[in-house]
Design a binder for this molecule. Structure first.
Ligand code: SAM
Length: 239
């Protein structure tokens, strides 16, 4: 049996609720996936959970779905942010996709001293987070923030949030995160790593826990996946 199509929509959902389709969604459902009136689709909007919905109108440019019963409640990930310095486009896309799949609540590109790219397309990265949520069965889509300078992010750090600073210079350092499940953020540097000044500031902050991700230097995208895995296993919703 073909798997059922899952769509993220920006519309309220609830039993009996009708949901008009955007042109893009209509093209995807009826042009690409060849669905017709009567077909079933799973809908979620990041707020109301997931609903099974039936196609009640279908055309090339639009259509309408009607929600049946809720098929999943909203499941929020733990209060974990991923801060990372954008790298090459495909690898940055990978980091956003994996963070959405693995359960980050917010994804924050940060510009560090040695960040490779000075610009990101926030809208494109947000679309990757939506696609990842559609594909992995999640009912929540993490927000992808606009890029900010790391220094500014640290200047306005929210009270009570801890920072797991992944430092490639800490080979041999432990991986002790303590037992406090949140809120937390993970920080991954760019290809060039952190500058001595950044490292000194990060280590002096009272909310920082510096960790090593093993004896080898990982690429930033590998490091992001490794750090998310470690945090989710130790303190998150994989326990
Ligand atoms: N250019 C740096 C060097 O050669 O030392 C390597 C930077 S690494 C490619 C990118 C980022 O991944 C680092 O800034 C760090 O956040 C993380 N990372 C990679 N390997 C790590 C390790 N073994 N322990 C902790 N963090 C690591």
């Amino acid at each position: 049996m073909a798997s059922i199509v899952r769509l993220y929509v920006e519309h309220a959902l609830g039993e009996g609720q009708t949901v008009p389709l955007t042109r893009d969604h209509a093209h995807y459902l009826f042009g690409v996936m060849r669905l017709a009136v009567g077909a079933e689709v799973q809908l979620f909007n990041g707020v109301d959970g997931e609903f099974l919905a039936e196609v009640i109108e279908a055309s090339k440019r639009g259509g309408v779905l009607r929600c049946g019963a809720q098929s999943k409640p909203l499941q929020l990930p733990p209060d974990l942010w991923l801060l990372f310095a954008p790298i090459k486009k495909a690898r940055t896309d990978f980091i956003v996709e994996k963070a959405a799949e693995m359960g980050a609540v917010r994804i924050c590109p940060v510009q560090t001293a040695f960040t490779n790219s000075e610009r990101i397309r926030q809208d494109r990265l947000q679309a990757h987070a939506v696609e990842a949520a559609e594909q992995c069965g999640g009912t929540f889509v993490p927000e992808v923030a606009e890029m900010q300078k790391l220094g500014a992010v640290l200047d306005h750090w929210p009270e009570g949030r801890r920072l797991m600073f992944c430092d490639e210079d800490q080979v041999g350092a432990g991986l002790e995160l303590g037992g406090d499940p949140g809120p937390w953020a993970i920080l991954i540097g760019p290809e060039g790593g952190f500058s001595p000044e950044e490292r000194a500031r990060l280590k002096a902050l009272p909310f920082t826990t510096t960790v090593s991700l093993g004896p080898r230097i990982l690429r930033a995208d590998t490091a992001a996946v490794a750090a998310l895995t470690i945090w989710q296993t130790a303190l998150g919703d994989w326990r």
